[in-house]
Design a protein. Sequence first.
Length: 235
Amino acid sequence: MELETVMQELEALGKERTKKTYISNGAHEPLFGVATGAMKPIAKKIKMDQQLANQLYATGNYDAMYFAGIIAEPLKMTEEDFESWIDGAYFYMLSDYVVAVTLAEGDIAQEVADKWIASGDELKMSAGWSCYCWLLGNRSDTEFDALKISNLLDKVKDTIHESPERTKSAMNNFVYTVAISYLPQHEKAVETAKAIGPVEMKKDKKKSTILHCSEKIQKDLDKGLLGFKRKHVRC
């Protein structure tokens, strides 16, 4: 399918109400306001197409960028491709739910995520931590170095309260994911969550959100979710 055809189909699916919701969360023009579920019929026709995904992402249209993540072929993407995508991710729905998700299905996921975590850039750091969440929640525990995950937990404990706002959220989710989905460092993650306590995430023109990692962990432990793994990263 050609780029122009996909853009036309996405535009036809746009809803003003959905568009306003996306904008309230940080998206900006250009965008159509397409619900993610409405994209599935188009995705079924295309399946996977990395060249088209890159073209869609490069439009800067939020809906096209999101759809690019659905049809991307992560194993064909280079580090330069991922760098290009993260550079174009202007808010967290793109950095954490498009770029990080796509990266998590690639062979170079940890390598790239490590660089982003160390970058000092808010959305790169957020994407790096989020990528680890997607990885830990899907892949076998044996694919990770327990000492490395332990060191990342220490990094969260030492820096989360002084980190950029979106990075705080991703770091908080990392601790939660380790506690639930990565058994070798479960106990340390639980202790880390207790040590960091409530985390305030400030929002522009909105009330701050208080993140309670320890409480969230305990609720899911009570539900018997210890060891939970997703079958797929992308839906």
